[in-house]
Write a new protein. Sequence first.
Lengths: 310, 276
Amino acid sequence: MNPIEIRKISKRFKETLAVDSLTLDVKKGECLGLLGPNGAGKTTTIKILTNLISPTSGKAFLMGIDVTEDPRKALSYVGAVVETPEFYPYLTPVEALAYLGRIRGMTPDHVKKRSNDVLREVGLTEWKDKKIGKFSKGMKQRLAIGQALLHEPEILILDEPASGLDPRGMVEVRNIILNLKNERKTIFMSSHMLHEVQEVCDRVALMDRGKLILDGGVEEVSRRFNRGRIEVQSLLPLTADIVDRIKKLRNVSGVEWVYTTHLIVDVNGGPEEFSTLLDDIRGLGVKITSFRQVSDGLEDMYMTLVRSSL
Amino acid sequence: MEKILPSDIKQLTLVARHELFRFTRGWRLPAVLGIVLLISGLIIAIPQIMNYRVPDDPKEYFRTFAGFASILALICATFFGADAIVSEYQNRTGYVIFPAPVRRETLFSGKFIASFIACMIALGLYYLIGSIATLYFTGKGSISILQSFLLASLYMWALLSVAFLISSLMKGTTASNVLVFVLFLMIFPIAESMLSLAGVEPSAIPTYSGNTITDILSDPYPVTSKQVIPIGRNNTTMTVWDFHPTLAQGIGVLLAYGITSTALAVYIFKKREMSG
């Protein structure tokens, strides 16, 4: 039994099929990053897992318990941040956490101790007795992460956890997730930020228009899309003849002549092929002043997806 | 490792306590209590200031108080019930509480109990002030005041149930508040008047059943009567009905509204999705 098991889940909103027969498992201690552009079905999947909506068909299990059949028991193992949640504005973080902790069966002493711990972890200690109504979006997001961690759940379901945070907050959230990973927590997080997923997750799943189009380990997927874009700058202006000859070089799948001295070359392969390309271009008599990878295959594929959804 | 959750009853108590705590933090409970003090003060003070004759009969004196009880019930139901459910969706607070391991029925019941307690605090205070004033000005009390209070409590419960039903159905808090208020302040009373004019007893209208709150203070308890009034020249007449619900009828209709609305509201809340 895996902590998270999604079996052929579909969700239809009137004419729109938001999730289309999605099957996905997350193993114990694994961090899965669910990637996809807006409207891909990431949040809908997370909402099904957290019983905020029901699937049109299919089943979702948390620790082997059907979320739709017995949500109370299934959700007892879960800490979740879905969308950008709001808290009652005239409560303080301590009061909000006390309520949520007690609902989950924590004793008042345990809630108090854990509240202090999580508020420190999310950087809200100074604000613990201030009314939430005065908080910024980022601070509310930190509190949302705090409430998800409060009861030390086995499973964390995070919907764009860094959403609304400033760059420092994003780094802090990433570190929190990395710490949770070290504690062998099972993490299912959605994001539209590829680098975030690459940095913290072991596995990546890509969704587009409700369908799962890719699923695998981050390294494995990167290998599968083993190609990259190389930005090449020459000292002297390039000629059409030289550009044509570069197009015909080994492993080159495309060339974009951006400026007289500036090319973007699509290369099939990894570092070895990039090195060969460098030698080959120099072999054509081009004096190279800069040669650097601007994106990898996974990013290319992701960006294509994002562009196609706009 | 299996998680041990609190019982449903324990969770219900926690939800109810939390909701009551929220009411004390917000403006609504103080506002309703302010309205209670203001209205009772006016009812007591105006006859003294204007030198009106104060009735000797406690039931007659208290009838003025009871006349406002149904409006107070409406204000309370609007403040504490009309947006109780819809606000979780509109204000996105549901994203925090709905993924918690607590049944929707438990959440609903906890919220309802807290709202009912808040309403009863206001109604109880109002009746207490009215009873003390009655005792002070007439030197007597009456069991009918207690009966009126029980009927007002039943009316409050039925009204709160309808408010929760509307709250479960609506998409916005403002629309929900307005609908509850307009329904009981205008639509039901207008329907009641139209039916009465047509000679049909408005038995199914809850505001009509709410008339038992004041009727119980009449001695004897009023019964339905009609009066035939001649109009025009050609022996044309018009029948004017004065309908009064019997106690059993009033209680029955209010119970029916309360039970049906609560059951429907729980069902809708349980099925309602947090989408959008």
